[in-house]
Ligand binder design. Structure first.
Ligand code: HEM
Length: 549
């Protein structure tokens, strides 16, 4: 035993002594590894500090500026712009460096002056990795590649100005349904009413018809509300403040990651209704009862260059592009028009409708074909500018260097366009920039004539290589609905549930990618009851054969 003991322990002792001599080396290695991990988790960003571009002070380890940005990124960045006197600056969203652009002129210069360089979109862990793993990315969240180019082209063709004529019957039907149901549900103005649900159905039915040839007649239809609910919840998951794990990767590895579980649940619910809609189209094609729509055209066209996932992605892009932006803009505009100050704008709009179409029924049949009434055009533009429903636009990413006044912004840098700040920039819109005033777009008021705008009126649709593909259809939808509602009713804000018309605070959920206006009610006072009834009757006659469920 003792022999064994000696033969085994002596070399072991020697090894131990060797190890002891290694301790300082191992400790040094450990310190280096630990520092490396701490540095990477706490301080490293995907893009190193950009020389020559101011950085907002006060970034903290791990989170960078994320916590300081709070829930309302657009307003905080707008405040930093004025506080530090730099319209363009860099910040750290956890491990992601971002360049924020604020003034109107700088936003325009970044998007138009560097069209090719800022054509990309960033990918986010939760939205792209979890939610979009089954149906593909929407166009607005696709990085720039060949597939995105094809999808954007297909959507651009379907939503181009000339293509709008194909949708006249649908515009007619859907805007008719707004007035029909507002009239019925308010008992022709006896009861105060919330307008948003009617506008939500308007926007959603338009894109569902466009994509699938399917619509829902009831304002509180189960499928309609499911699509709206899931769509909103998903768009909330795209916002930085709601989803820290996108920017602070270590959070993804925490046990019981509820964000991932919730994202998967939403993804499954969205897959369920998207598949249901496509199955309905397939069934209608089989029976020969399909309506002209994007998915039927592509499903039937064997020569199409688009894959199944690309078709789903286009439909998803159009549905999600419009279902919150249109209601956000139109509902809020109706809120501003319903105030005491708004009564004069409504009266002038009504007079202008009558000036161009002495017979109201002509206004009703023209409003989805042409946008000729200057006062209504002015309201549409002001609604888009003032209520910047997508306050931080959709993020962009550089593909090549951008030389910003000598500072080199490298490829793969996130670019955030603060459309809300640019749209309320006093240097561009004057001292009254923070006031809702449709007449800023007019040259003369009596009679209203439109100011000629060369270039970009506002930043709400973005601009340049990835500008909103739906802006023509969006303007037409806003215009048609306003003509029909304003020619039928004088809208007066409820005394007990009035609208909030502050351009920041009207939004109930500041973290959402697209604003959700706080609810409010209005009273509808009929303008010319028999004219409205005639218009409704004719619209019913014209549209009832179209797009029946
Ligand atoms: C008032 C209504 C709308 C607003 C305020 C709005 C706003 C925006 C904004 C800010 C962008 C990003 C632009 C950029 O990065 O420069 C965008 C992109 C997009 N919008 Fe809209 N939008 C509206 C309506 C619509 C509608 C009705 C549709 C479709 C039917 C639509 C489809 C799209 C698509 C497909 C993109 C992605 C473009 C791309 O990434 O290439 N939008 N929209």
């Amino acid at each position: 035993m003792s022999f064994k003991y000696e033969t085994i322990t002596l070399p072991a002792m020697a090894q131990f002594e060797d190890l002891e001599s290694l301790v300082p080396v191992l400790s040094a290695v450990l310190v280096v590894v630990a520092s490396y991990i701490v540095y990477n988790v706490a301080f490293r960003t995907d893009i190193p500090h950009i020389k020559g571009l101011p950085e907002i002070p006060g970034a903290v380890p791990v989170f960078g500026h994320l916590l300081k940005l709070g829930e309302d990124h657009a307003s905080v960045c707008e405040k930093w712009w004025r506080q530090y006197n730099h319209s363009v600056f860099q910040i750290k969203l956890g491990n992601t460096r971002a360049v924020v652009v604020n003034s109107f002129d700088d936003c325009k210069k970044m998007l138009l002056g560097n069209q090719n360089a800022v054509i990309d979109r960033p990918t986010l862990y939760t939205f792209h990795g979890v939610i979009s793993s089954t149906q593909g990315f929407t166009i607005g969240s696709s990085p720039w590649d060949e597939s995105c180019r094809k999808k954007r082209k297909a959507a651009g063709t379907a939503l181009s100005k000339p293509a709008l004529r194909n949708y006249y019957p649908m515009f007619d039907l859907e805007s008719y349904c707004i007035v029909r149901d507002l009239k019925a549900d308010s008992r022709n103005g006896e009861l105060e009413i919330s307008v948003r649900p009617y506008i939500q159905r308007y926007a959603l039915n338009t894109t569902l018809t466009l994509c699938y040839g399917i619509r829902m007649d009831a304002v509180y239809d189960d499928l309609l509300r499911e699509i709206l609910h899931v769509g909103s919840a998903i768009s909330l998951l795209r916002s930085a403040s709601e989803n820290l794990q996108d920017y602070v990767p270590i959070l993804r590895y925490f046990p019981n990651n509820t964000k991932n579980a919730y994202s998967k649940e939403l993804r499954d619910r969205r897959d369920a209704y998207l598949n249901l809609l496509l199955d309905k189209v397939r069934e209608m094609i089989k029976k020969g009862t399909d309506k002209p729509c994007i998915s039927a055209a592509i499903l039937k066209d064997e020569e199409t260059k688009l894959s199944g996932v690309e078709v789903s992605s286009i439909c998803l892009s159009l549905v999600s592009g419009g279902f919150e932006t249109i209601p956000g803009t139109l509902t809020s505009a109706i809120g501003s028009l319903s105030t005491e100050e708004g009564q004069i704008w409504q009266d002038r709009a009504y007079e202008d409708i009558k000036r161009h179409y002495p017979d109201t029924s002509d206004a009703w049949t023209s409003c989805y074909m042409e946008e000729k009434i200057p006062y209504i055009n002015a309201i549409v533009k002001e609604a888009g500018r003032y209520y910047t429903v997508s306050s931080m636009s959709l993020p962009r990413k550089t593909v090549t260097e951008v030389n910003w006044n000598g500072a080199i912004i490298p490829p793969k840098t996130m670019i955030l366009i603060n459309a809300q700040a640019g749209n309320h920039d006093v240097d561009h819109y004057g001292d009254e920039a923070s006031k809702f005033d449709p007449e800023r777009w007019l040259n003369t008021i009596n009679p209203p004539t439109e100011r000629e705008i060369t270039g970009l009126p506002h930043l709400s649709f973005g601009t340049g290589s990835r500008a909103c593909s739906g802006q023509h259809i969006a303007s037409r939808l806003l215009y048609a609905a306003l003509v029909r509602i304003l020619s039928s009713y004088k809208i007066v804000a409820s005394k007990t549930e009035p609208p909030n018309t502050d351009y920041v605070d009207y939004n109930e959920i500041k973290t959402a990618l697209v604003a959700i206006p706080r609810d409010f009610k209005v009273k509808l006072i009929p303008r010319d009851d028999s004219a409205t009834s005639d218009c409704l009757y004719s619209a019913k006659e014209r549209t009832e054969d179209h797009y029946k469920e």
